[in-house]
Design a protein around this ligand. Structure first.
Ligand SMILES: Cc1cc2nc3c(=O)[nH]c(=O)nc-3n(C[C@H](O)[C@H](O)[C@H](O)COP(=O)(O)OP(=O)(O)OC[C@H]3O[C@@H](n4cnc5c(N)ncnc54)[C@H](O)[C@@H]3O)c2cc1C
Length: 376
């Protein structure tokens, strides 16, 4: 059996490793457009809850990445200069590059070395394959090759974001919200290594056009962001890595496979970065697909049907939470008008998965401060 995996991101590398472990006789080619250490983005967050799910679904990957994780207990909001700490949330982070290195080394341990610098622009050139896997991210060529058959839906959110790094070491998972004469901005920021942090800067569409970001050269936009977030960066610079202004795409597919083509990870579904789950979902999709293929002894059609039937209900809940969170960010300018503690409560309960009583247990210091603010 020959499987061709397009894309050596988290989904593709994990699938290659797991499939080879479960079905040693299988022939697997992994094709990646970039060089081995060229990637986009900086750090990735996994909540403690996400790691609990990973512990159930993919314990081996969790063990492999654990030593490289940064961990912290609290998240901190900065609203126009005021600090609000939300205790007891529990988050972890890893550099995307480090994660890919770990997954690549593990794939190599079972004899799988991706072919890098290998752009796929024509699936017919892949040669005979029993299965073609689209692990090629949000702009997947495997999906685009049969988009009508997959039943693809793509909606662009209106906010604009750019993904930067910085040498400023942040203490916790933090969000800074700023209003100034140019408009409203927010930054999601956290460290992903002892000496490196991630900064995702986001603004609403009105601000994007009014402040001139649409036509501003990228180096000037970066310098402007450094000024807007000067208090947060404390003299450190932003670092760019293909850091362009983008609109987040919400991607869905009615059918996860068409013939011998199947999707996983961001090619199949995106989950807004504000809930930090896209990578974990991509890793878990790989487990589900590898299990389905191994369970059906390589009989592709029933394996692909089982993959969607078993994974879709689990995935649906997370994607709904991600969409609800994305919607909160699409209206963050309005939320910023709330009193600070109401803003913070709205932020932490935005997915609808955490209610007040649960917060009372998990975040007693925050709830005490919230109740004190109501009483005063
Ligand atoms: C700003 C931002 C912040 C994020 N933060 C988090 C976070 O904190 N936590 C989290 O869990 N997730 C986060 N995510 C989401 C996460 O990055 C994705 O969900 C995850 O990378 C999906 O993995 P994947 O393997 O499916 O796709 P990708 O990581 O996109 O990998 C796809 C691979 O396919 C390759 N490829 C694409 N097209 C071709 C082609 N034609 N030929 C050959 N190769 C190709 C690409 O080069 C790439 O290496 C964030 C995303 C964004 C945009």
């Amino acid at each position: 059996m020959r499987v061709v995996i397009v894309g050596a991101g988290p989904a593709g590398l994990n699938l290659a490793y797991l499939l080879k472990c479960r079905v040693p006789a299988i022939e697997i080619d992994v094709l990646e457009q970039n060089a081995p250490d060229a990637t986009f983005g900086f750090g990735l967050v996994f909540s403690d809850r996400a790691l609990d799910f990973l512990a159930q679904n993919d314990p081996e990957t969790l063990q492999a990445i654990k030593p490289a994780l940064e961990h912290w207990r609290d998240s901190i909001l900065y609203l126009n200069g005021r600090e609000i700490r939300i205790d007891g949330q529990g988050y972890n982070s890893i550099g995307r590059l480090r994660l890919l290195q770990i997954l690549r080394e593990r794939a190599a341990s079972v004899g799988i070395v991706p072919k890098y610098n290998h752009v796929i622009d024509d699936l017919d050139a892949l040669g005979p394959a029993d299965l073609i896997v689209g692990a090629d991210g949000a702009n997947s060529i495997v999906r685009r090759s049969r988009e009508a058959d997959f039943g693809t839906g793509i909606t662009l959110l209106t906010n604009r974001f750019a993904w930067y790094g910085t040498t400023k070491r942040f203490e916790a998972l933090s969000h800074t919200f700023v209003q100034n004469e140019l408009g409203t901005f927010n930054a999601h920021h956290h460290r992903h290594a002892p000496d490196m942090s991630t900064v995702v800067i986001e603004m609403d569409e009105t601000t994007y056009f009014r402040a001139g970001f649409e036509t501003m050269p990228l180096d000037r936009a970066q310098a402007l962001c450094e000024r807007i977030f000067a208090d947060m960066l404390q003299g450190h610079k932003l670092i760019s890595n293909k850091s362009i202004w983008r609109q987040f795409p919400k991607i869905t597919n009615k059918r996860w496979s068409v013939g011998n083509r199947v999707l996983l990870g961001d090619a199949l579904h995106t989950a807004h970065f504000s809930i930090g789950s896209g990578t974990r979902l991509a890793l878990e999709d790989a487990v589900a697909l590898a299990d389905a293929l191994a369970g059906h002894k390589g009989d592709v059609p029933p394996a692909l049907a089982a993959y969607q039937a078993q994974r879709a209900p689990v995935l649906g809940k997370l994607v709904t939470a991600a969409n609800t969170s994305a919607d909160w960010y699409e209206h963050f300018t309005d939320h910023m008008k709330l009193p600070p503690m109401e803003f913070a409560l709205g932020y932490i309960t935005r997915t609808g998965r955490v209610d007040f009583e649960r917060l009372r247990k998990s975040s007693p210091e925050f709830i005490a401060a919230y109740e004190a603010s109501k009483a005063s």
